[in-house]
Design a protein around this ligand. Structure first.
Ligand code: MGD
Ligand code: SF4
Length: 717
């Protein structure tokens, strides 16, 4: 308990993208309690139920304590040296025989930044392949592509502090109450203490978040582009446009082609509320009302969204359309006025987007396809730029497809569990078995480690130090509080040991995380994504970049004076050569798979409050396991009657790819609209793993899979 703690060590919660600051109470070498860090601006001492119960994930029966190698279908204990030598040999052989693109790395938005940086340098810099991707591809890639196409630079301009300044909240495809709980409590506080605050929740499933909504829009799944365009139509039709802002700071485009304001207006003509009302199944007048509220001159407006828009084959476009609404109304780059994408994981931004650990990126928002970018990074990495490939590597789905086809010979998976979390699992689990797969894990067995050839025991949260960067550009240091059990080691150590065995010792000389960070920090200097020094991060309770002066202030609002140190006056979207953000004409398009006579229901998937992703951690916490021991299929009363099931009865869910059996939940915490069902993706039981059913179609631009929509049939099992 708290009273037993001998000391309190500063860190960050292990789970979601909110990034709450924690203090871990340590006694006799163990973490015995966790409390919210009262000095951290994110949570000001608060934590949700997952955060508070973190100590229980540490000493569990299933912690992986030794390296193991699969021999004749059984895992046997190996020494670290033997395991690392074997891994190096496998990489060498594959590269010698099939070239560098026959190997790959699949990482995580839960890696610390140092791990991702070292993996990126090892694969892209030293080994010469861009085959490095990670689970943020399944999570945030459409938000990245949305920011980059509209503003020329990734990541939000605002911060969480905008919540306390906003009067209208437009939440679309986000269930904050369950997926971003502490941020949700800030939203609830804002509303409770300011009765004029209005909250609009747009989601085909009525969620817990809708409990505080003034307006809940349960539109037809997959029609959000039509809804967003319709709101833009009303904004123009009813003269709610901020003309000065639009003239000074935006351009209109359709693909690569510039449009005039009038051409954009013509494009929107098809989206008059009266025309699309049937398609999205909302009254035209309600769309008008929402657009008016969004644009009200005397109110500040903040939009927040997450996987409902991102996990879609039109995810990038959907992101562009939310930005459109803010740009048309000038509700951006001022306190309380911002589009703001919520991040899923604790360091998807800090470790993947910023470090550039996706197959097309390089550190500090650079891209592999740009020769100048490759040269700049090669210089810092100490490698020959000619060795770095200009061709983007495999993105997530391609990577696992290559494993299935046999083109990918060796794959190293670190801090993620794709054997459960990838869509259309049957095919890709077969691929994972086929390739030589190394899995760095804290627990065993998992749905991925069981398919591995080598498993490496990883030090868990606060058994190692490192940096996380949350969804509001806040960079935070996590101190080491306790020793790792058994032979478990920090992932960064294992990566460096393999680098040395591959002959790259000279460019991986690091003795501390601080040395790694300071090298990485050089990649950020002068990029307007400047990160602060390690020394300062150790003492601070998080700092929001850019922090161009190592001892200077953090940045609350990007692109706007006086907040952004790179803007002298007014607003300047410096990510674009002409300083103007883009308002895109993007048409509505159907999801990849529409319900039909054979598969008549929409399936959507996502999270619940009590659990984290594949539940390797949270099912080890008795309180969380008791609260939700198994997953279910949520359906509404009418549909349950149609297929003849009552609450708690088993339902068979079948798609063109696979099937799954789950208990029916009829009046659950969420209410999908008629014709739609919802399944949390957390269950580890093979017969209940919904990713055997989901579709692996992905967005053309962001390559993010469409987890949020596919067509299924339902039957009483
Ligand atoms: P996690 O459970 O977060 O799931 O899916 P995954 O990333 O596959 O996996 C993290 C793993 O890292 C765990 O197995 C944990 O035990 C291990 N681990 C913990 N700490 C450490 C460490 O320090 N080092 C190492 N080496 N390992 C560690 C998440 C993914 O799922 C994401 S991000 C999204 S957004 C997608 N969402 C989604 C959805 O909405 N619907 C459906 N159907 N599927 C989805 N899949 C995707
Ligand atoms: Fe952890 Fe997220 Fe809960 Fe905060 S809201 S305590 S970061 S899980």
């Amino acid at each position: 308990s708290q009273h037993d703690a001998e000391k309190w060590v500063k860190g960050v919660c292990r789970y979601c993208g909110v990034g709450c600051g924690v203090l871990a109470g340590v006694s006799k070498g163990k973490i015995v309690a966790v409390k919210g860090d009262p000095d951290n601006a994110v949570n000001r001492g608060r934590l949700c139920v997952k955060g508070i119960l973190l100590p229980k994930i540490m000493d569990t029966k299933d912690r992986l304590l030794h390296p193991m190698v699969k021999k004749d279908g059984q895992f046997v204990k190996f020494s670290w040296d033997e395991a690392l030598d074997l891994i190096a040999t496998k990489f060498k052989e594959a590269i010698a025989q099939f070239g560098p693109d026959s190997v790959g790395y699949y990482g995580s938005g839960q890696n610390i930044a140092e791990e991702a940086y070292i993996a990126n340098k090892l694969f892209k810099g030293a080994m010469g392949t861009n085959n490095i991707d990670g689970n943020p591809r399944t999570c945030m890639a459409s938000a990245v592509a949305g920011y980059v196409s509209t503003f020329g630079k990734d990541e939000p301009m605002g911060t969480y502090a905008d919540i306390e300044q906003a009067d209208v909240f437009f939440l679309i495809g986000a269930n904050m109450a369950e997926a971003h709980p502490v941020l949700y409590s800030r939203l609830v506080d804002r509303k409770n203490s300011n009765p004029h605050v209005k909250i609009i929740v747009a989601d085909p499933r009525r969620t817990r978040t809708a409990d505080i909504a003034d307006i809940s829009l349960q539109f037809v799944p997959g029609t959000d582009l039509a809804l967003l365009n319709s709101m833009a139509y009303v904004i123009i039709d009813e003269n709610l446009v901020d003309k000065d802002f639009v003239d000074q700071h935006t351009t209109f485009m359709q693909g690569e082609k510039k449009l005039s304001f009038d051409e954009f207006k013509t494009f929107l003509a098809d989206y008059a509320p009266e025309k699309v009302s049937g398609l999205i199944d909302l009254p035209a007048e309600q769309i008008r009302e929402v657009a008016r509220l969004f644009s009200a001159k005397d109110r500040n407006t903040m939009s927040m969204w997450t996987m409902g828009l991102n996990q879609r084959i039109r995810g990038t476009w959907a992101n562009n359309l939310v930005h459109n609404l803010h740009l048309l109304t000038g509700k951006i780059c001022r306190p309380g006025n911002t589009p703001f994408s919520l991040t899923g994981q604790p360091s998807a931004c800090g470790s993947i987007r910023e470090v550039g650990a996706l197959s097309h990126l390089l550190p500090a928002h650079r891209v592999v396809a740009n020769a100048k970018h490759r040269e700049e990074i090669a210089k810092i990495w100490g490698v020959d730029p000619a060795k770095m490939s200009a061709k983007p590597g495999y993105h997530t789905i391609e990577m696992f497809r290559a494993a299935a086809s046999g083109a990918l010979k060796v794959l190293w998976v670190v801090c993620t569990n794709p054997g459960q979390s990838i869509p259309n699992l049957k095919l890709y689990r077969e691929g994972m078995e086929k390739t030589f797969m190394i899995v760095s894990e804290t627990y065993h067995p998992t749905r991925t480690s069981e398919l591995a050839d080598v498993i490496l025991p990883a030090a868990l949260w606060m058994e190692k130090e490192g940096i996380y960067g949350n969804g509001e550009r806040r960079t935070q240091h996590i101190a080491k509080a306790v020793e790792a059990p058994g032979e478990a080691k920090p992932d960064v150590w294992a990566l460096i040991e393999v680098a040395k065995r591959l002959g790259f010792a000279e460019i991986f000389p690091y003795k501390t995380n601080e040395e790694i960070w300071e090298e990485y920090r050089k990649c950020t200097t002068g990029t307007k994504m400047d990160l602060p020094p390690y020394e300062r991060l150790k003492k601070a309770h998080g700092l929001t970049w850019p922090v161009p002066d190592p001892n200077g202030p953090e940045t609350s609002i990007r692109y706007a004076a006086p907040h952004d140190p790179f803007v002298k006056e007014g607003i300047h979207f410096y990510g674009k050569p002409d300083g103007r953000a883009v308002i895109f004409a993007r048409p509505h398009a159907n999801p990849q798979e529409m319900p039909d006579a054979e598969y008549p229901f929409y399936l959507s998937t996502g999270r619940v409050l009590e659990h984290w992703h594949t539940t390797t951690m949270t099912m080890n916490v008795p309180e969380l396991k008791r609260a939700m021991p198994e997953m279910y299929v949520e359906l509404n009363q009418a549909d349950a009657e149609k297929i003849g099931v009552t609450d708690g009865e088993l339902v068979k869910i079948t798609s063109r790819r696979g099937e799954c059996r789950l208990k029916a939940k009829i009046n659950g915490r969420g209410q999908p609209r008629p014709g739609m069902v919802y399944v949390p993706f957390h269950d580890t039981e093979l017969s209940r793993m919904i990713n055997f059913v989901t579709i692996d179609a992905f967005d053309d631009v962001s390559k993010q899979p469409e987890y949020k929509i596919c067509a299924v049939q339902l039957a009483k099992a």
